[in-house]
Design a binder for this molecule. Structure first.
Ligand code: 26Q
Length: 795
């Protein structure tokens, strides 16, 4: 099908005509995508089946990466790239007068995640397959992924999203469906003189798996991403069948859009158990086909939980081992705690999951009973270690004050707990989880995040990739650490000029995208300064806004002040219930309107808010960026991964010493990154000892005074609109230290502008960023997980 472009064209045309009964030029891009996607899927299936067969026959350990979110984006381009059929395909299409990218654009993003955590899971799957490692994703097939964002009058408006229309990649496996029980009660009985428990009178939901192939980079390995969908069972045994059907389908209808703003909704807990229970039942079933001895389980299976969202895997595995396999508590606990490993992605206390007993117990009676027992035994162990320390034990308990603390359950029930960047892991060990670290020092470890350089460089930036390969060969594609060889080109004028012209081209492409999507014309010669990520107070989009307002105000005060032209680009979704975040979106748009329409300032600064930031838009943004805004309050961003996508595309970071920025700075040296602001220690000390008074900064700094006043004095059309933002800074004590870091940020931004004007030295910085980005490939991260946690070998 893809062995030559002639063969490809012939098959493609024949199938299009056969399917749609129209001539080629009458067929829409969407329909063309559908047929091409099917052809690629067919092409994958041979290796996929072979990979599955191999797994079935082999006795090597398999890893299952459980995540409530996966954010893969589009598949066509990356599949084609990883299969090694890019040239045949794009040349064939060129003969037909189309650009592959036009067909790619017809594919909807698989947006089954909120942000960093879900995207990380997708990068990890790509690296697992590309490193030929036996690791599979387990998630939920939400009917609607993350909402589509529209900006109307400057406000975010959410619309449901329909990624499944025309999703060609999945294969439904109805014969592998399993039942997941909710509600009902626990009954005890005796068997062979032993007291046993069973869950009765449950409402059962059918979990049906849909498998999506995960194609490794040119290695013939195809792993699986198994997404579970909820369906009614045939004989629910309930009277109100219509209601049962509605409630069942609701389980996998929507992805929860609240990133850290915990709503404690029962449906979310249902989703969590649904994922875990379906996954474990199917894993145990295939384990049982191969092995007789259940004690081999931890040697043959690793279950990794992505944050606490799938932590019910711990009591669920206990339940299966005790109730179904007939093991003793002690045996079951040893198997469970040697099977499960856990990644923590946050230290923000509002993001640590806790479930009220009154919600969990009726919904999952047997699971709750097991958690209760885990807690009793864990507290006894703590008591032996710290006799009499009630306060300490209560603070570490799995159940306290009527709630189940999911992170405590995860720590007690797993053999490995990792943070996602060095700093984050240190904060976990010595601050947020220090009691647990003292009790279980051997469990804690760091695995600094990474990104797949195949999607974020090779696919997103083919021009830069070609230049790199021309310079250092293409070994970097399999060994991204080889990017460091680019350092040898830092004084090569011709090379640097090529780099400049590629950046220019990517900026021009993004400029047309901005004109098309936002209706704003920007100057491709201006500095492209970009902040794209979820909207959160701690990520401080507000600080970026304040810098723009500062430039605006200075230009108005001093007609001789002409900053070097900059285009400020934002992309961000706010959780629909996050009031403050939505206000910041409105503020960015109000500011954009003021700035862009003012002929005194718009030759120098422009502000663009790109609506509906998602993976496919991100692929257009990173290659065009020159400045990457990574300005979270130090200690709050666990790692960040956008920072790495900017870096590998040659953008220079302005940022705080937070998350993985710290390790970027370590590698880059201070000449190639712009660091500013409070250090994490300082922030944490302020937070524990107090002493921060934003009013001091408001009164002492005229720039701050003016900007804050402009939030409420009619500078923006509706004087009341931004009062909540003003209050967050002054009445609510500026929790994220925006005013405290303002001055240092403004100074650093001035350094950035100055540095940019020496074009060659700037381009060297850019080159250094690309050269040092190899470490941040998820291939390195996954190799560390494989060696340090999972103990798995390539297939
Ligand atoms: C929890 C309870 C109830 C409702 C929602 C949630 C919830 C949902 C999503 C909590 C957290 C998330 C997502 C968190 C996330 O994306 N964290 C990011 O993970 C990245 C990958 O490790 C890091 O790079 C980021 O620093 C971190 O913010």
């Amino acid at each position: 099908m893809f062995s030559s472009k002639e063969e490809f064209k012939e098959t493609f045309l024949r199938r299009l005509e056969m399917t749609y009964g129209k001539s080629f030029d009458q067929i829409s891009r969407k329909d063309q995508f559908y047929i091409l996607g099917q052809m690629v899927k067919e092409y994958i299936s041979k290796d996929w089946i072979a990979s599955i067969e191999k797994t079935r026959a082999s006795k090597t350990k398999q890893i299952y990466y459980l995540s409530i979110e996966f954010l893969p984006g589009r598949f066509l381009g990356s599949n084609v790239l990883n299969l090694g059929i890019m040239d045949v395909l794009s040349e064939g299409l060129k003969d037909l007068g189309i650009d592959l990218s036009e067909i790619e654009d017809a594919e909807a993003d698989a947006g089954l995640g909120n942000g960093g955590l879900g995207r990380l899971a997708a990068c990890f799957l790509d690296s697992l397959a590309s490193l030929s490692l036996p690791g599979h994703g387990c998630g939920i097939r939400y009917k609607h992924g993350l909402f589509e964002q529209k900006i109307i009058d400057g406000y975010q408006v959410e619309y449901p999203e329909h990624w499944l229309h025309g999703f060609v990649w999945e294969v439904k496996k109805p014969n592998l469906a399993v039942e997941v029980p909710f509600w009902g009660k626990v009954e005890s009985y005796t068997e062979d003189g032993k007291l046993k428990f069973r869950h009765v009178d449950a409402v059962k939901v059918l979990a049906v798996p849909y498998d999506v192939p995960v194609v490794g980079y040119q290695n013939k390995i195809v792993n699986s991403l198994r997404l579970w969908s909820a369906e009614p069972t045939i004989y629910p045994g309930l009277e109100d069948v219509a209601r049962y059907k509605r409630e069942t389908e609701a389980v996998t209808e929507f992805l929860y859009p609240n990133d850290t703003h915990d709503e404690g909704k029962i449906l979310r807990l249902k989703q969590q158990y649904f994922l875990v229970s379906a996954t474990l039942r199917s894993i145990i079933r295939s384990f049982r086909k191969k092995y007789i001895d259940i004690e081999l389980f931890p040697e043959k299976v690793g279950l990794h939980i992505n944050d606490t969202h799938p932590v019910l895997a711990i009591p669920e595995l206990m339940r299966i081992l005790i109730d179904e396999e007939g093991l003793s508590w002690e045996k079951a606990w040893s198997i469970t705690t040697n099977t499960i490993s856990y990644t923590n992605h946050t230290t923000l206390s509002e993001a640590l999951e806790r479930w009220p007993i009154r919600i969990m117990e009726p919904l999952l009676p047997r699971i709750f009973m097991i958690i209760h027992e885990i807690n009793e035994r864990f507290c006894e162990e703590l008591w032996d270690a710290y006799p009499g320390s009630w306060g300490l034990i209560e603070s570490m308990a799995v159940i306290a004050h009527g709630e189940v603390k999911m992170a405590h359950l995860a720590i007690a029930g797993s053999f490995s707990i990792n943070g996602v960047a060095k700093l984050h892991t240190e904060i976990l060990k010595h601050r947020e989880m220090r009691n647990f670290y003292q009790f279980y020092p051997h469990k804690f470890n760091n695995k600094t995040n990474g990104i797949t350089h195949r999607r974020w460089l090779l696919k997103a930036n083919p021009e830069l990739s070609a230049l790199i390969s021309e310079a250092i060969g293409d070994g970097w594609i399999k060994h991204p650490e080889q990017l460091e060889n680019l350092k040898g080109f830092s004084s090569d004028q011709t090379f640097l000029e090529k780099l400049i012209s590629i950046k220019r081209k990517k900026k021009e492409q993004l400029a047309s995208r901005m004109l098309k999507n936002a209706g704003i014309q920007v100057d491709p010669h201006s500095i492209f300064d970009i902040q794209v990520k979820r909207l959160h107070a701690y990520k401080r989009q507000l600080l970026n806004v304040f810098h723009i307002m500062y430039l605006y105000n200075r230009m108005k005060e001093d007609k001789y002040f002409k900053p070097y032209p900059r285009t400020f680009v934002f992309g961000a979704k706010a959780s629909p219930g996050y009031y403050y975040a939505k206000k910041v979106i409105k503020l960015i748009n109000s500011l954009a309107e003021k700035v862009n329409s003012d002929p005194e300032v718009n030759p120098y600064i422009k502000v663009v808010f790109l609506e509906n930031y998602n993976v496919s838009l991100a692929e257009e943004i990173f290659p065009a960026a020159e400045i990457s805004e990574q300005i979270s309050t130090a200690s709050k961003e666990a790692s960040g991964t956008g920072n790495m996508k900017f870096m590998i595309n040659g953008a220079v970071t302005i940022g705080t010493l937070d998350g993985a920025n710290v390790e970027m700075a370590e590698r880059l040296g201070q000449d190639n990154i712009f660091i500013f602001g409070l250090r994490s220690e300082e922030v944490l000390n302020y937070q524990s000892s107090g002493g921060y008074r934003p009013y001091d900064y408001y009164h002492a700094d005229d720039r701050i005074h003016l900007i804050c006043s402009q939030l409420i004095n009619g500078f923006f059309p509706d004087a009341e609109e931004f009062e909540p933002i003003y209050d967050s800074l002054l009445a609510e004590n500026d929790q994220y230290f925006v005013l405290r870091d303002f001055s240092s940020y403004i100074e650093r931004q001035k350094d950035v502008s100055d540095a940019y004007q020496d074009q060659l030295s700037w381009t060297k910085k850019s080159l250094m960023n690309i050269a040092m980005a190899g470490f941040f490939s998820s291939d390195r991260t996954i190799q560390e997980y494989a060696d340090g946690i999972w103990k798995i070998q390539p297939i």
